[in-house]
Design a protein around this ligand. Structure first.
Ligand SMILES: Nc1ncnc2c1ncn2[C@@H]1O[C@H](COP(=O)(O)OP(=O)(O)OP(=O)(O)O)[C@@H](O)[C@H]1O
Ligand SMILES: [Mg+2]
Length: 261
């Protein structure tokens, strides 16, 4: 099933230009993000890896419109990032499903509160229930779902709104390896069937390579972008791509950048 895309829901182009975010503490200030620059072309996934506290969430919060730039700028489709709106969706590590709504109710929540429930949004709900393997659970409440299923609900909820950009902050951090790999596959498959511009934050180097078209490696505080690496593998990812020498070589390169070798 294909979902019609109107021109105003085309994936976004994101440009971050010399962005610095300075945090003010009681007696001092420091840069949580320093001089970050990158461009994400429409429909591409930028994965960001970096040590804890290096400013990944801060960077994502700027793109989400939750935190302002101190200097430099972040542009979405040529305009400075504004207040959060329906063109951007965020998926956090902790799942954010509403326990009082069924799985279908969770997916329909966004269109419903925007008074945008129509035949197209219903078709999108059915589509993502199916793509994410949630159909059999559509009328169940979240309490019967596993952690992986709840994450699928979060992802479905983001996609149903048909945003231009989806920001994901360590979304699979709490899942076991197998479930994590299944969800990585689903996300990569979605990037083919329903392209969105994705920013995907993770601690996990393999995950960054697997889901990213590019991997941005950040330095420890103050968070700078150390290097942006292009990922050469096809989408959907070839089976066993993680075992390929080229994949392992990228993994080693990123590991060594993170260690500051
Ligand atoms: N509102 C705030 N005020 C002051 N300092 C903050 C604020 N938010 C974050 N920080 C600090 O900014 C730095 C970057 O934090 P951030 O949450 O962006 O890191 P992170 O890379 O997402 O870390 P993690 O991998 O642990 O999630 C940290 O030192 C943090 O303590
Ligand atoms: Mg964080």
């Amino acid at each position: 099933m294909t979902i019609s895309q109107t021109t105003d829901t085309q994936p976004a182009r994101i440009v971050v230009d010399d962005l610095t975010v300075t945090m003010q503490l009681k007696d001092r200030s420091f840069d949580a993000v320093q001089n970050a620059s990158f461009t994400i072309e429409p429909g591409q996934t930028l994965a960001i890896v970096g040590p804890s506290g290096c400013g990944k969430t801060t960077l994502l919060n700027v793109l989400g419109g939750f935190t302002g730039a101190t200097t430099g700028e972040a542009l979405i489709d040529g305009a400075p990032v504004g207040a959060p709106d329906e063109h951007r969706a965020t998926v956090f590590q902790a799942d954010a499903v509403f326990p009082w709504l069924t799985v279908r109710g969770n997916l329909e929540y966004g269109p419903r509160i925007r008074h945008a429930q129509d035949a197209a949004s219903k078709a999108r709900t059915d589509h993502f229930l199916q793509v994410l393997g949630l159909e059999a659970f559509a009328d169940e409440f979240p309490k019967v779902l596993s952690g992986g299923m709840r994450k699928r609900v979060d992802i479905g909820r983001a996609y149903v709104n048909n945003p231009r950009t989806i920001l994901l902050d360590e979304p699979f951090g709490a899942l076991d390896e197998i479930t994590k790999e299944q969800l990585q596959d689903e996300l990569v498959n979605l990037s083919v069937s329903d392209p969105k511009t994705l920013v995907f934050i993770t601690h996990d180097i393999e995950e960054a390579i697997y889901v990213g078209d590019m991997v941005a490696v950040m330095t420890p505080r103050p968070g700078r972008i150390r290097k942006i690496i292009d990922v050469p593998f096809a989408r959907p990812r070839p089976e066993n791509v993680r075992m390929e020498p080229a994949f392992q070589e990228l993994r080693r390169e990123i590991q060594s950048l993170l260690r500051n070798d």
